[in-house]
Design a protein around this ligand. Structure first.
Ligand code: ADP
Ligand code: MG
Ligand code: MG
Length: 913
């Protein structure tokens, strides 16, 4: 016969903590605590299999269950020396739900079950404590009446019907606290409760203990499918098939007087991670009184003063639990007449700060290994450590005060406060005046770069997690809330309407990029400690405990990861930040952002508007020294680390103005007619620019551009090498789908390299490679690798071209797609392993089949996303490249991936370069 019930008590349990699938979290840990000798009141757990049976069989129980429950009640009776329903020495129990994962949507616990009018009288005789007995009885009728018999408030504004009766009673008696009610008052409450239940629900309160018990068990299983539980399961991906267990446990009483009480605690501080006992308790109380806020509970440190003996016992249990579970625990306990009992323990939830501190401390305490520590920290949690943060109390009070304006996507984590401006030039100008600004745009474009750089934070009304604003913000380490559709922005009047309020240019707002909240007015912020040490260099590591924890985690991550970590950086300052975060090279240096820099957009536009090769060459000649200086800055910042530079990629129309006024201005600037400018810009118009004249196609049609860029790169390399700094340029040709495209460009690059070496009389190492970002490139990777010395997956474009989805047009259907689970996650955020990933795998295998030392990396946004990093590890890439502020996340994600496939990793443990 299948086993449906599991006993725990008298120091021995049939279950253990590994049996959560059968016993639920609560039951499994009650069993475990029993087995390690902690004082747990005896009881038993009805397994989740009964729940499954219950729903598969029209809400009925397996045949053997009735007899099993009877048998185990007898076992509890024996362990406790009391009898269920007995008038002289009655056993009372609690009935507690317990799913595998803790689920607040589930049934509330019922305490003191087994009491009825006659048992209550018997218990009064036994304890000589009528107040305790009728306090327990009224609690029982109240909980049972609510949970099993269904007397609940009907409207959301209505107060709990039982509480209403208690309030009335207190008023009549002229008292404030429950504890001030007499035994007689409480006894009256019992009968008032019963009458209310009968009147409002038609149900009789059952007097027979066994009937009470089955009613409660049925209510627990029934609650698995109540609306709250279903909603919660959806939110946290808990499968319906898991089911819940039911725990029946003999009662211990915290409400027996002033030598009794109940409490909850964390074995360490769950907010800061500090190794202190952290919790609250209440004397002469039961169950949820501590959290319900009926009376103000005392801090656990008070117990040390009031009862050193009890505190000592509890502290011993705390250490015992941490040693046993090797983690921070969340516990519930009760004291009955000076004796301590444990009622629950589980691994405690914690903030990112606490997670990191606890992991590092526990390694030092030799409770866990450095590998365990890495496994316990989610890479994204590091974000919280890096970002400037709002003072949480200040933010809370702002939200409470009605200043929350809207919520958008949490695209760039962190906190920013500043004054609203509605365009990039204003952002720059205001910043120059020393103002803090929030650049607020419907959406951003490459032209806004400098304004974005000047802003404390970026707020957009449109665009997703990978929109221009989000992407650039992350690379710059800016706070960004994107796609905040509640904003009604009017550029012409420099105002926006939101939530019925009018926000004008210059008004203060605050962005929480970690949560996506937009708050009216100023909310004070603090810079993160890690940044103060690494980037601002305003704090010494010695004085920065959080930084020290971060540094330990990073050093452990570096010890175990096989993937190299590079960064996407276009400017020396970004590159330096990335190096401070641990980047080992640049995986993508986009040259187009450079063209927007000081003095460069003019010659760039001249080049684009040129009619003849000669004119174009003349414009390019002006650009050459400017680009060379940019590259020198980057090489110098990277100080010998490899740098991958991509030749020009975006369609040319992105570099020219589109409105008449600006076109006229440009015409005057370069001394040609407005009509000519206008005509040329019109001719650049494309129906689908993403698939138009861009990438290597530009360099093939206008070879002068590739030639100029190669020259700028190699002259810079030669100059920096002359300063005694090692240089390793890797020239990367974008958007290659056919080996002949690459051959065409490679020839130019190599010819220029040879020319520069000859002219300067020096030698330098360099590589020529390609981005793999369209499917044909991946599928013909064995041809392409005959020319390419390295591949870098441009997974933004590769996702667009593989899925046939334009990222910038995807918001309307991609969000519903994810809701309908057509794609589990946004494929622009989390790499689509089945499609894009499969192509990457093919490309790696085919590429290395013709060139065994082919260096392969990824430079799409996915390179800093933990699950995508794991995939890159699995398919054996050499490196991932991500925005500077995601470098620490990638380091940790790479280590976790390596630990996950530890046996395989050993065989190929050698780090590739
Ligand atoms: P939850 O899942 O909401 O935490 P529990 O089943 O843990 O619900 O019950 C809530 C509280 O009820 C416990 O923290 C404890 O104080 C009290 N309680 C539960 N069972 C017993 C018991 N057998 N004896 C005394 N108190 C109990
Ligand atoms: Mg609990
Ligand atoms: Mg691309």
């Amino acid at each position: 016969m299948p086993k449906y019930v599991y006993f725990f008590g008298n120091g021995k349990a049939e279950g253990k903590s590994e049996m959560k699938h059968l016993l639920g979290g609560k039951g499994a840990n009650l069993a475990e605590m029993t087995n390690i000798g902690l004082p747990v009141p005896a009881g038993f757990t009805i397994s989740t299999e009964v729940c499954t049976y219950y729903y598969a069989n029209k809400r009925s129980y397996p045949k053997s269950l009735q007899a099993d429950v009877k048998k185990l009640i007898a076992k509890i009776e024996k362990a406790m020396g009391a009898k269920f329903g007995d008038l002289k020495n009655p056993l009372l129990v609690s009935v507690r739900s317990g799913a595998r994962a803790s689920m607040p949507g589930m049934m509330d616990t019922i305490l003191n079950l087994g009491l009825n009018d006659r048992v209550a009288e018997g218990l009064v005789k036994k304890t000589n404590n009528p107040r305790f007995v009728y306090d327990s009885y009224r609690r029982f009728v109240q909980m049972y009446g609510d949970v099993v018999l269904g007397l609940k408030p009907v409207h959301k504004d209505e107060i709990d019907p039982f509480e209403a009766i208690i309030e009335e009673k207190k008023k009549v008696k002229g008292v404030h606290l429950d504890t001030e009610l007499s035994a007689e008052d409480l006894k009256e409450l019992v009968s008032l409760f019963k009458t209310a239940i009968k009147e409002k629900t038609g149900n009789d309160f059952p007097q027979e203990p066994m009937a009470q018990l089955w009613g409660a068990i049925g209510a627990v299983f029934g609650s698995w499918n109540n609306d709250r539980a279903i909603a919660y399961r959806k939110m946290y991906d808990i499968p319906e098939s898991w089911g819940t267990a039911v725990n029946v446990q003999s009662m211990v009483f915290g409400n027996m007087g002033d030598d009794s009480g109940t409490g909850v605690a964390f074995t360490r501080d769950a907010a800061t991670g500090e190794n202190v006992f952290y919790g609250e308790y209440l004397m002469n109380a039961q169950g949820e009184d501590v959290v319900a806020g009926t009376r103000t509970p005392l801090p656990i440190s008070q117990l040390a003063k009031d009862s050193p003996k009890l505190y000592g016992q509890l502290d011993k249990i705390r250490k015992n639990l941490e040693r046993h579970y090797r983690d921070m625990n969340d516990i519930e306990f009760t004291i009955q007449q000076g004796k301590l009992y444990m009622l629950q323990c589980r691994i405690g939830k914690r903030t990112a700060f606490a997670a990191i501190k606890i992991a590092v401390d526990m390694v030092e305490e030799k409770l866990i290994t450095d590998k365990d520590a890495l496994k316990r920290i989610e890479p994204d949690q590091l974000n919280q450590l890096l970002r400037p943060v709002f003072d949480l109390k200040e933010k809370e009070s702002a939200v409470k005060g009605g200043r929350l304006l809207a919520k958008g996507l949490n695209a760039g984590p962190g906190a920013a406060t500043g004054r609203v401006v509605f365009n990039a030039p204003d952002a720059e100008a205001w910043k120059k005046r020393g103002e803090l600004v929030i650049l607020t745009r419907i959406e951003t474009s490459p032209e806004d770069i400098k304004g974005m750089d000047a802003a404390e934070g970026i707020l957009t009304a449109r665009g997703g997690m990978t929109s221009h604003a989000a992407l650039v913000a992350r690379q710059m380490g800016k706070v960004c809330v994107a796609g905040c559709s509640a904003l009604d922005i009017d550029y012409s009047t420099h105002t926006m309407k939101v939530k019925g309020k009018l926000i004008k240019e210059g008004d203060w707002i605050s962005l929480d990029g970690t949560t996506g909240e937009v708050i009216e007015g100023k909310v004070p912020t603090k810079a993160s400690e890690v940044l103060q040490v690494l980037i601002d260099k305003t704090l010494a590591p010695k004085e920065a405990p959080v930084y020290q924890q971060y540094a330990k985690i990073m050093s452990w991550a570096d010890k175990y990861r096989r993937l190299r970590i590079r960064t996407n950086a276009d400017q020396p300052d970004q590159a330096l930040n990335a190096v401070a975060f641990g980047a080992e090279g640049i995986g993508l240096c986009r040259t187009e952002h450079m063209f927007f820099g000081e003095g460069k957009i003019g010659p760039m536009r001249e080049m684009i508007l040129a009619d003849t090769v000669e004119e174009r060459k003349a414009a390019l000649a002006k650009l050459l020294p400017l680009q060379r200086t940019d590259f020198e800055g980057i090489f110098e910042a990277m100080n010998g680390r490899p740098v991958t530079i991509r030749t020009i990629d975006p369609p040319l129309h992105e570099f020219v103005p589109h409105d008449e006024a600006a076109q006229r201005e440009l015409a005057a600037e370069i001394g040609i007619t407005y009509e000519k400018v206008h005509r040329r810009v019109e001719s650049l118009h494309e129906f689908n620019p993403m698939l138009g004249l861009r990438g290597c196609r530009l360099g093939i049609i206008f070879p002068e551009i590739t030639e100029m860029q190669s020259r700028a790169i190699f002259e810079a390399a030669a100059n920096i090498q002359a300063k005694g700094i090692k240089v390793e340029p890797e020239v990367m040709i974008p958007l290659v789908g056919n080996v002949k495209e690459l051959e065409n460009q490679e020839k130019i690059v190599r010819r220029v390299a040879a020319e520069v070496m000859k002219e300067k009389g020096v030698k330098f190492k360099y590589l020529v490679g390609t981005m793999i970002e369209i499917p044909r490139g991946a599928i013909t990777a064995d041809e392409i690798a005959t020319v390419a010395e390295f591949f870098s997956f441009g997974t933004n474009d590769l996702t667009q071209t593989t899925l046939g989805v334009s990222r910038d047009d995807a918001a309307t259907f991609l969000i519903p797609y994810v809701e309908k689970e057509i794609y589990a996650k946004d494929p622009f955020e989390v790499l689509d392993r089945g499609g894009v990933g499969a192509l990457m795998k093919i490309a790696v295998e085919k590429g290395r089949s013709v060139r065994s030392d082919l260096k392969v990396g990824i430079c799409g946004e996915h390179g800093g996303e933990p699950s995508s990093v794991e995939f890159c590890h699995e398919i054996n890439l050499n490196y991932v490249s991500c925005s500077p502020f995601r470098v620490p996340i990638a380091r940790l994600a790479a280590a976790r991936a390596a630990l996950k496939d530890a046996p395989a990793a050993k065989a190929k443990a050698k780090k590739r370069k």
